[in-house]
Design a binder for this molecule. Sequence first.
Ligand code: FES
Length: 108
Amino acid sequence: MSITIIVTQSNGAEEELNAQLDQTLLECAQTAGLDGFVGECGGNCACGTCHCYVEFAPQGALVDPTNEELQMLDFVAAPREENSRLACQIRITEDMHGMKITMPERQF
Ligand code: FES
């Protein structure tokens, strides 16, 4: 099954990401070469440079952020919003087909 996630860059450009099951959103985005996902710490929830906004997720698709993720979100460079998440902490599942992500203007 192909899982498509729509990623909107901060300049409004929209890209379709074909995500792979059991990878993280960060891994999928980096493999696809999408801009905006820096991931300086290599996906270890320790840098905040994979910050993204989840604009839409199918019901039940996303698990709540862990305390570790919530704490790291305090250190992201762009404004933290209610829908802020770290892409390295989102593991792709079938339910995520159609999810919509927006990238912040900056990661530093
Ligand atoms: S890659 Fe560093 S917090 Fe996600």
